[in-house]
Design a protein around this ligand. Structure first.
Ligand code: ADP
Ligand code: MG
Length: 276
């Protein structure tokens, strides 16, 4: 398997249509609406952060995109196909890694191709290639427990991307890492996403993380989660850590803090004026 920069853009796959979806959780008297009337689309190759307070339904939305959870109302499609169940086409990375502890790094990464019947030599070559890309050359024969948290998350990303998914779903993947590792992992992710352009939906409650990573930040209200803003981020790429100190960045951060402070039922803040 050859991983080339042009692949995904040439394929132009990974369009997500979220068409007026609501998702209810719980049963009977305990049933409640977790997200309400979400309505937006995501273009092929776009990196979108979904930002919102804890409990607003971000993981619920991601679970629906992954095909683990049904929507109660509305329609969810990827490249015009309704999402009806999980698929390697929609890979998901969680905060806690899900690597097999008894398998070496290479075998963890090669697991998807193995399940598809790719022969050993070929799947190991593909695994080593993608491990190089995530900065783990030399660690192929390690076990997950021998790696740091940041390195385990790199393996997790490699394990998903080796399947060349249409969609990469990330649920607060760096939430358990210390600040410095987290910041490094954000740069690693952007580097990987540049090399393997994949539609990415990255969920976080961290405003800076969303602004640093995304093409677009979708801001959700407290439960039931609704979209309260959808912001195109004007920052050029490649992005460096210093971006977070630039005036335009700080202005947007302040705007979002204001949005998230609003209590339910209050009138929406005016839209942000163009950045000067
Ligand atoms: P987020 O990821 O934004 O923190 P979640 O999507 O995990 O939020 O959860 C949305 C709401 O649904 C929360 O209030 C959470 O407590 C609740 N919740 C999540 N999963 C379940 C479940 N299986 N049964 C009942 N309530 C749930
Ligand atoms: Mg969550």
């Amino acid at each position: 398997m050859n991983i080339r920069v042009s692949d995904a853009s040439a394929r132009a796959v990974g369009r997500i249509e979220i068409d007026r979806i609501s998702i209810s959780l719980g049963e009977g008297v305990d049933a409640f609406e977790a997200v309400r009337d979400l309505d937006f689309s995501i273009s092929p190759g776009e990196l979108v952060c979904v930002l919102g307070p804890s409990g607003c339904g971000k993981s619920t939305l991601l679970g629906a995109l992954a095909g683990h959870l049904p929507v109660t109302q509305g329609r969810l499609t990827v490249d015009e196909q309704p999402v009806v169940g999980p698929s390697p086409d929609r890979g998901i990375v969680f905060q806690q890694h899900t690597l097999f502890p008894w398998k070496r790094v290479r075998d963890n990464v090669a697991f998807g191709p193995k399940m598809r019947g790719v022969v050993r030599g070929e799947r190991h070559r593909a695994a080593d290639e993608i491990l190089r890309l995530v900065g783990l050359a030399g660690f192929e024969r390690f076990y997950p427990s021998q790696l740091s948290g940041g390195m385990q998350q790199r393996v997790e990303i490699a394990r998903v991307l080796i399947n060349r998914p249409r969609i990469l779903l990330m649920d607060e993947p760096f939430g358990a890492l210390d600040a410095q590792t987290r910041s490094m992992m954000q740069e690693v992710l952007l580097d990987i996403w540049t090399r393997i352009p994949t539609t990415t939906v990255f969920v976080t409650h961290d405003i800076e993380e969303a602004l640093f990573l995304a093409d677009r930040a979708i801001v959700m209200s407290a439960r039931p989660g609704r979209v309260i803003d959808d912001i195109d981020l004007p920052f050029s790429r490649p992005r460096q850590a210093e971006l977070v100190t630039e005036p335009g960045f700080v202005q947007l951060k302040r705007h979002i803090i204001g949005l998230l402070k609003q209590r339910e039922g209050s009138s929406p803040l005016p839209r942000l004026s163009p950045l000067g």
